[in-house]
Design a protein around this ligand. Structure first.
Ligand SMILES: Cc1ncc(COP(=O)(O)O)c(C=O)c1O
Length: 431
């Protein structure tokens, strides 16, 4: 996506402070850059920071969370890292203690983002799957959570449950009751809650609303808010600035002894990229009404949200028109998760080559049309049915071109001519 100007301008001025001395950037950009540079050692983004992040940024995050939830957050509970994936790895490594017959395990949703199994594996932690309920738009199914934890005990030691809300790749957004149920479950089973809330700003369904786990936890009273251990993650990647590599986590009800080890683990990175840390500060503390950049900032943020919403509608429309493909509209997030009945040709070829049919379909699509989609879950689905993950956080024209190519590939694979209206450039995409 086109980067948000205010973020890039502040970063540019921090990287090249000579820009502060002229009128190239609006006054609030220069003021913000001055403030952020003052927070850096030697007023330079080229210096290391404390391993847990710049105090200034940790404080800004704490204020953002306090304002969002109406519940106090202390900067000492906020840890900045080089991406939320890194923060999650730190927490997973800290809980990994069991070995041999009783390894430590994390309850993990199926489907989940593709990097999660690798992360757990890398930390030497077992993955205990719990199926999300496809028929309920990939909601969390409490009976499935109980089944998963009960089955796991004896083979491994579940110590945490991972939740993605809004969900990657499902786009499901949990309601208040569902969050309360998960908190009660985690509390009763003494599981650490690892909550990925990276796409908290992206909720499209009118009836849905993002509620943070922290907020709901504190609404549930001291029985939970004083005891339930939780870590919540957020990231600058939510603005499409993934390459800046910065995220943060807030630790709730985690003792000082553990926090000391979190800090020690982050020391192995020496320091999170400073530009990324500053971008986090800008993300959670954007221009206010009256600031010179306010209108542009709001317009650009709205543009991202409108694009996601429009892309979601367009992609669902086009995909649902393809034979054997169905795609539910999502409630939020940046992915669609269509379901495809794989063409017979693909199934036959996969058998011949002795490979899995879903990844083969993706590979053929990539080789034939240069479109990369993620091969998703087949768990619980009949043979030949496959889910795919499609990122919609791209400019609309890029998505539309991608969809055109998917259409073309799909029809060529099923060896059926596409209805003319669907495949030419005046297709459904442009109506
Ligand atoms: C839900 C979710 N959380 C976390 C990440 C990774 O974030 P980061 O770039 O902060 O490591 C991704 C990346 O796709 C994601 O989709």
């Amino acid at each position: 996506m086109k980067p948000v100007s205010f973020i890039r301008q502040v970063l540019a001025a921090c990287i090249y402070p000579e820009l502060l001395e002229n009128q190239t950037f609006p006054v609030d950009v220069r003021q913000r850059a001055q403030t952020l540079l003052d927070a850096c050692e030697e007023r330079s983004v080229g210096s290391y920071t404390d391993s847990s992040g710049l105090n200034h940024v940790r404080q800004s995050v704490a204020e953002f969370i306090t304002g969002r939830d109406g519940v106090p957050c202390s900067a000492s509970n906020v840890f900045i890292s080089s991406g939320s994936q890194r923060a999650l790895m730190v927490m997973v490594k800290l809980i990994a203690s069991g070995e041999g017959d009783v390894p430590t395990a994390v309850l993990t949703p199926v489907p989940c983002r593709h990097t999660l199994p690798m992360l757990l594996d890398n930390a030497g932690v077992s993955l205990v799957p719990y199926m999300l309920d496809k028929d309920q738009g990939w909601a969390v199914d409490m009976s499935e959570l109980h089944r998963a934890v009960n089955n796991a005990r004896g083979h491994c030691q579940p110590k945490a449950i991972f939740i993605s809300n809004p969900g990657n790749p499902t786009g499901h957004v949990q309601g208040r009751k569902s969050i309360q149920d998960v908190i009660r479950f985690a509390s009763a089973e003494r599981l650490l809650l690892l909550v990925d809330e990276v796409y908290q700003e992206y909720v499209f369904e009118d009836a849905a609303e993002f509620s943070s786990y922290k907020k709901i936890l504190f609404e549930m009273g001291p029985m939970y808010s004083d005891t339930c251990e939780m870590v919540s993650f957020h990231s600058i990647s939510s603005l499409g600035e993934c390459g800046l590599r910065a995220g943060y986590m807030e630790l709730v009800n985690i003792g000082p002894g553990v926090k000391h080890f979190v800090d020690t683990m982050l020391c192995t990175d020496i320091s999170t990229p400073v530009t990324g840390q500053l971008a986090i500060d800008v993300m959670i503390n954007p221009p206010k009404p009256g600031d010179s950049s306010y209108h542009t900032y709001m317009k650009e943020k709205e543009h991202i949200k409108d694009t996601l919403k429009r892309n979601c509608q367009k992609a669902c429309e086009v995909l649902n028109n393809l034979p054997g493909v169905s795609c539910q509209p999502v409630m939020g997030g940046i992915y669609l998760y269509p379901c495809v009945t794989l063409p017979e040709e693909t199934m036959k070829l996969a058998k011949e080559l002795q490979v899995e049919a879903g990844p083969l379909y993706c590979e053929q699509l990539m080789q034939g049309q240069a479109v990369l989609i993620g091969s998703g879950c087949t768990h619980g689905l009949p043979a030949g049915i496959q889910q795919f993950r499609l990122c919609i956080m791209v400019p609309s024209d890029v998505l539309e071109e991608g969809l055109r190519r998917i259409e073309k590939f799909h029809y060529s694979t099923i060896k059926t001519s596409a209805p003319a209206s669907q495949i030419n450039t005046q297709s459904t995409l442009e109506m």
